[in-house]
Design a protein around this ligand. Structure first.
Ligand code: RIB
Ligand code: CA
Length: 313
């Protein structure tokens, strides 16, 4: 079976950068057609620059980067420089990207690509706020036909939120977009905080990554060494590795398990804005609309990450 076509929608972002490198390290499995950027961790101009910097570091300037929405559908933009640094890539040596942005808006690229794709063909990997995906689905609901699945990092059920007590950042930034996507009818797999907090980048794991012996290993170890913010907050022996869970799931789904459930997103203004309300015990009659991952083999995940990153330059 040939490599699976994927589009990575992203707001790099330290963990986004690791996820992009992870995906590019397995070209025989994942055919990264493009990156589409969205405002999130840092504003759009920076996420769009950072995406191209990461591609340069991976030796893949051929992958097109389409800039998308500069802010959420309804709410004002909330960013996370306190986590990812002012640049959005704390720990990465920055340079002017070697390539220009691809011509055209990311939403138009998503619509055109999915309309031209065979049925159930393209996997959308959503690593940031879901604004681009929602805008595409609102403008062209027919594109669902071309989507094989949407695998997204976001939400929380068994864990508290990380941007408010109730909400995870990607969902909180654009809850209206998240609600559109989760109710689109496309096949959806969610990698929430319940999953990413099981894969902590401990010092021993960072050392193993740094010892891979290539540029990619050094780069990822440097990013993780500058990503201690969450570990301090959580008082854990390492920070959760959020976005790479999406790629790990695509490469080795057997490391992950969960349940098909109904998920709704709170879009009303108040303490629970952006909360993912997961009907885990099926106490409502709302139909299941997502596979919610709540278990990860952490050691298996890091072995996969390390052996895959080792294949980059
Ligand atoms: O809550 C974690 C998510 O928010 C990750 O995607 C991180 O990059 C930020 O976008
Ligand atoms: Ca992200």
């Amino acid at each position: 079976m040939g490599a699976a076509p994927i589009i990575i929608d992203t707001d790099p972002g330290q963990d986004d950068a690791i996820a992009i490198l992870f995906a590019l390290a397995a070209p025989e499995r994942l055919d990264v057609r493009a990156l589409t950027t969205v405002a999130g961790n840092v504003p759009l101009a920076l996420t769009s620059r950072n995406a191209r910097i990461v591609l340069d570091h991976a030796g893949r300037p051929d992958v097109p980067v389409y800039a998308g929405c500069p802010g959420p559908l309804v709410r004002p933009l909330v960013t996370a420089e306190h986590v990812h640094g002012k640049s959005g890539l704390e720990g990465v040596s920055l340079h002017e990207p070697g390539t220009e942005l691809a011509k055209g808006h990311a939403v138009d690229f998503l619509i055109n690509t999915l309309r031209d794709a065979p049925e159930r063909n393209v996997t959308l990997c959503a690593l940031g706020p879901l604004t681009n995906l929602a805008a595409a689905l609102i403008q062209a609901p027919d594109i669902k036909r071309g989507i094989k699945s949407i695998v997204l990092m976001g939400g929380a059920c068994f864990r508290p939120g990380n941007v408010t007590p109730a909400a995870e950042f990607n969902i909180y930034v654009d809850p209206h977009a998240a609600s559109v996507v989760i109710n689109s009818g496309a096949p959806i797999t969610v990698l929430p905080l319940d999953a990413s907090h099981q894969v902590l980048s401990t010092p021993a794991r960072i050392e193993r990554i740094g010892n891979i012996g290539n540029k990619a290993g050094k780069l990822v170890a440097a990013i993780l060494a500058h990503a201690g913010h969450e570990a301090e907050n959580l008082e854990t022996d390492g920070g959760p590795l959020h976005d790479p869970c999406v790629i790990g799931y695509l490469l080795k789904p057997e490391l992950f398990s969960g349940r098909h459930v109904n998920v709704e997103v709170e879009t009303g203004c108040g303490l629970t804005l952006g909360e993912t309300v997961v009907d885990w015990y099926r106490v409502t009659r709302r139909p299941a609309n997502a596979l919610w991952i709540n278990e990860v083999d952490a050691n298996g995940f890091y072995s996969l990450l390390i052996e895959t990153l080792a294949r980059l330059p």
